[in-house]
Design a protein around this ligand. Sequence first.
Ligand code: NDP
Ligand SMILES: O=C(O)[C@@H](O)[C@@H]1OC[C@H](O)[C@H]1O
Length: 497
Amino acid sequence: MDHRSIFTPGSLLGIEPAHVIGGVRRTDGSGDPLPVINPATGTHVADVPTASAELVDEAVTLAVAVQRDWGRRSHTDRAKVLRRIHTLLGEHAEEIGRIVSVEQGKPFRDAVGEIGGAQNFFEFAISQQYRDIGEVVATEPDEQLTVREVPIGVIGAILPWNFPAAIFARKVAPALMAGNAIVVKPSEFTPLSAMALAELCRRAGLPDGLLSVVCGPGRETGAALVGHRDVGMITMTGSTRGGREIMSQAAEKLIPVSLELGGKAPFIVFPDANIEQAAKDAVEARLWNAGQVCTCNEITYVHEDVRDEFLARVTAHLAAITPRDPFDPDSTLGPLVAAREWAKVKSMVDTAVAQGATLAMGGDRPPGDEFAAGNWFAPTLLTDVASDMDITRAEVFGPVLSVTTFSTYDEVIERANSTPFGLAAYLYSGSLHTVMRALDDLEFGETYVNKAGPERPQGFHTGWKASGIGGDDGPHGYERYVRRKTAYVGYGPTYGG
Ligand SMILES: NC(=O)C1=CN([C@@H]2O[C@H](COP(=O)(O)OP(=O)(O)OC[C@H]3O[C@@H](n4cnc5c(N)ncnc54)[C@H](OP(=O)(O)O)[C@@H]3O)[C@@H](O)[C@H]2O)C=CC1
Ligand SMILES: O=C(O)[C@@H](O)[C@@H]1OC[C@H](O)[C@H]1O
């Protein structure tokens, strides 16, 4: 795949990468441009300018001006524009999918599927065009008391690199539907998807200035966005470290934040589970997106009575995974997004082995010259993992299945809850009693029972503890993009003209 084909006249990206401000491509930048590297080949794709604080100010100032009219338009009118975006996403799914695969590394089939996920986030936002937007509250005669939701104004959105198109849509769609403007700062690893999507939104008729994309390092361009006086809310998906820094900066302005952060999902297999289903899902929930998903199965707890059968089935499913060039139709596993992520995953596996875990499969690059370049990591299985090992605590975010055993219900619940994270959890059991009891006892914002993910746009993707604050998706996620205004209207005979 020649990545130059993503930069052509008339394409969504045009002939070079650029910020998108007020519907205009802007290549002005401060400091050194940021390189985009193809994760599968290690080759240079493009250099992206870094937006200065002045350019961020220009984007936010434009957003403030345009949002006033957008916020006054009816929900159904705004939904018409979002519907056109939804349609264009379908028409450009392969073009954007190519961009996602080139900069993030996932198999092209998965990247095109990600655009379908982006459409689903727009579909849900469009469904909010008929939502209740407030209450008329019982009060005294000759007075009307109302509480209604109104837009916040300008939203700052800071994106990670693992789903650069889907998470763009996850935040942009509800923000716009609620009547806001939005300025997006994509990850420095995957800025091109957001640039292309901003152009797509412009072509769909989104008013210029309502959505801008400013690229650059988080602690520079992102910090300028968080700190801007006219940004009224920050939504971010990424690391717990980044989320804490953003929340701390936002506190200075007393603005709300919604943070989707890291995870350490336990995957619990009770002895009365369907072992084949559990084994298949344990591999799928770990290897999706090369393990770079916040809801991935990070630590698999299997009851000692079914350990051997479970491991035999997991091994068979892992052996069927084929790391291949993302544009090979048979590819079911891409590379990690960056060399630094490869080094982190490799170090965590080596440390686990040094601490006593058994390396049953993988643990390094897949064999073959085609995997010598890029950030390829083989499907990896670690067994005999003990609860005092580092790999049971820190997030791996790679294709590494770590398996430990347990004996009792109380033991596994205590160990699963011992993580500082609280995003997703998985449990497999044929007993309704065990399932309902564990749903109460597990301290996670989202639990999957006898099935793998992903989340659904009508749900609520919410992290507890170090996994975040607030959440995305569904009516509760939509609520993050509005604020409320209370009115007392007196209209008795002594009031007014
Ligand atoms: N909950 C989830 O869905 C996801 C969680 N993650 C977690 O994040 C980890 C690393 O992923 P990554 O994307 O690098 O996470 P980061 O937190 O490093 O980056 C996420 C986004 O936040 C920006 N950012 C980071 N620090 C700040 C700051 N102080 N102020 C403003 N913006 C900031 C980043 O900019 P820059 O590009 O410069 O880093 C990026 O755009 C993963 O290992 C995983 O733990 C990642 C993806 C999804
Ligand atoms: O943030 C994540 O990693 C997940 O929430 C992921 O992002 C987009 C997909 O739809 C989700 O599964």
